[in-house]
Design a protein around this ligand. Structure first.
Ligand SMILES: *[C@@H]1O[C@H](CO)[C@@H](O)[C@H](O)[C@H]1NC(C)=O
Ligand SMILES: *[C@@H]1O[C@H](CO)[C@@H](O)[C@H](O)[C@H]1NC(C)=O
Ligand SMILES: *[C@@H]1O[C@H](CO)[C@@H](O)[C@H](O)[C@H]1NC(C)=O
Length: 136
């Protein structure tokens, strides 16, 4: 069995836009009262150049913008290094009411497509409390 390797030149893909994507895990669990990382990663493409620093938005299912950090998120959001492709945030002191879905969105500008928005596929945050182990 001799597999054949075919080297595909990049030109082959020149009609299709190689995708820049935003990746989020489908589920994250957090313990009540603890801090949790909500991961989000910008995966860029070799074929397309991002021209300005992407603008990051994190929204909950009620469309609250977590990064504005008023209301229920006040003082509980920490941004990580925004110059990297890592767009994760830290949600501190997790509450029961934080359970739900969170969307990571980016507004970006590239050489091929100008400005547009990209979003991840939502992360479901599941909160758990202190487990009680009862002796029999
Ligand atoms: C942030 O990330 C960039 C790119 O990965 C890196 O060059 C820079 O040193 C980082 N800054 C901090 C404060 O970690
Ligand atoms: C992104 O940043 C978060 C928070 O600092 C960190 O926990 C996570 O490991 C980083 N992810 C990657 C892929 O470096
Ligand atoms: C987004 O999530 C939905 C529901 O979990 C899934 O059906 C769909 O395939 C996902 N899309 C992508 C691009 O991952």
């Amino acid at each position: 069995m001799n597999p054949t390797f075919i080297k595909v030149p990049n030109l082959f893909f020149s009609g299709a836009v190689a995708l820049i994507t935003v990746q989020q895990p489908p589920v994250v669990t957090a313990r009540l009262g603890h801090d949790v990382v909500l991961p989000c990663e910008l995966q860029d493409s070799q074929d397309e150049e991002i021209q300005t620093s992407p603008v990051l938005y994190w929204v909950d299912e009620e469309k609250h913008n977590l990064l504005i950090s008023d209301g229920k998120y006040a003082g509980r959001i920490e941004r990580t290094n925004q110059t990297s492709s890592n767009k994760s945030i830290v949600l501190k002191n997790v509450q029961w009411s934080d359970g739900g879905t969170y969307e990571c969105k980016l507004s970006i500008r590239t050489n091929l497509r100008g400005s547009f928005r990209l979003k991840g596929n939502n992360t479901m945050l599941i909160i758990y409390g202190r487990f009680l182990f009862l002796k029999a």
